[in-house]
Ligand binder design. Structure first.
Ligand code: BDR
Ligand code: CA
Length: 348
């Protein structure tokens, strides 16, 4: 006979038993009803070396219908991240996908933090780029995203690889906007990379991140705990180099610069390529294993502002608001990424 509960703790235990996280059992990036239909995506980013790889993967892989690239201040100032989006798209021969620039500062602060120490003065140091031919079609990324979402026949997925400012502004300006899912690179179930507790994209605009996690929309969090396993090793670099195209050379130059800053700042032997894992998880959901969890962003901590508190073990009893990635298959990821560079390189 089941034991009767005698303390208040059992109510919480009931919630934990009922909803114990399915650790690593696959993210809820549900396959489309028509498994062959491409997933409509807007990619909101702050290029950024690793953002550039996210753009390339989204543009190249037929499982993604890339509707727009929108930019935000983050790794560098907005003018630089926007120029960098246009630069990598031009170098990769990506045309016909609109670029719109968005917010140049966090929601609630007069200026943001940039990451010159990782991405250099340009935000994408390493290669030399020619004059970009890809235009900026709008300087109101928030309104632009809304008009795409409102007019697209299928529900749109938002992928965020920079500070969450644009997407939070979208949710504030257009409550109830019908977004299918928001997949974010940000946060961690463990430690940070800009403070001991906080990851860069969240730290750069914690209020925006809290709005996204608290939105009630399905959110997938791809944090440092998994992206730090997706490394541009010497073997990865030689596979890219062996493609032998001008685009492959640009990618090698990007990763070589990025490797040098990760080595000198963090002592990494090979740098983690965070952002394209978001896109890869949509293409091949088996790349990530997720656990549903309540995620809260620390807004007030003096030493912990911008930390993501990920309640994997259901301590709080709060309802899960997120699928947090907890496992990753880096080999499957690199197979997709290298194929994308190969395919784009054929056309350049
Ligand atoms: C994130 O911060 C940026 O520097 C990268 O582009 C990535 O989006 C990693 O913390
Ligand atoms: Ca980024």
């Amino acid at each position: 006979m089941a034991q009767e509960s005698v303390t208040g703790r059992d109510e919480l235990q009931d919630v934990r038993d009922l909803e114990m996280p399915r650790r690593g059992t696959g993210c809820a990036a549900e396959p489309a009803e028509d498994a062959h239909a491409a997933i409509p995506v807007i990619l909101d980013c702050d290029p950024g070396h690793d953002d550039a790889f996210a753009i390339m993967l989204a543009a190249a892989n037929p499982a993604i219908d890339l509707l727009a690239v929108t930019t935000v201040a983050g790794n560098q100032t907005l003018d630089k991240t926007t120029l960098n989006a246009r630069r990598i798209m031009t170098a990769a021969g990506i045309s016909g996908i609109p670029v719109a620039s968005g917010r140049d500062r966090p929601l609630m602060a007069p200026s943001g933090r940039v990451a010159t120490e990782i991405h250099g003065e340009s935000g994408m140091d390493g290669p030399s780029f020619g004059e970009p031919t890809v235009p900026v079609v709008s300087t109101d990324a928030v309104g632009f995203m809304h008009s795409i979402i409102a007019n697209h026949a299928e529900p749109v997925t938002l992928v965020v690889t920079g500070p969450f400012t644009n997407v939070a502004a979208l949710l504030l300006a257009y409550p109830g906007v019908p977004v299918e899912r928001i997949v974010v690179m940000g946060g961690s179930t463990e430690r940070g990379n800009v403070t001991p507790a906080a990851e860069f994209n969240i730290y750069a605009d914690p209020e925006a991140a809290q709005i996204v996690f608290g939105s009630g929309l399905p959110v997938t969090m791809v944090g440092l705990n998994v992206t730090h396993q997706v490394l541009a090793t010497p073997s990865v670099l030689s596979k890219i180099s062996a493609l032998g195209t001008p685009l492959a050379a640009v990618c090698v130059d990007l990763l070589t610069f990025y490797a040098s800053t990760y080595k000198s700042l963090f002592g990494f032997d090979s740098p983690p390529v965070h952002d394209p894992l978001t896109i890869a998880a949509l293409i091949d959901p088996a790349i990530l294993g997720c656990s549903s969890a309540a995620v809260t962003v620390e807004l007030n901590g003096t030493a912990t502002r911008g930390a993501t508190v990920v309640d994997l073990d259901r301590w709080t009893g709060a309802a899960p608001n997120c699928d947090a990635a907890v496992t990753v298959d880096p080999t499957r990821f690199w197979d997709l990424m290298i194929a994308a560079i190969r395919d784009l390189g054929d056309d350049t």
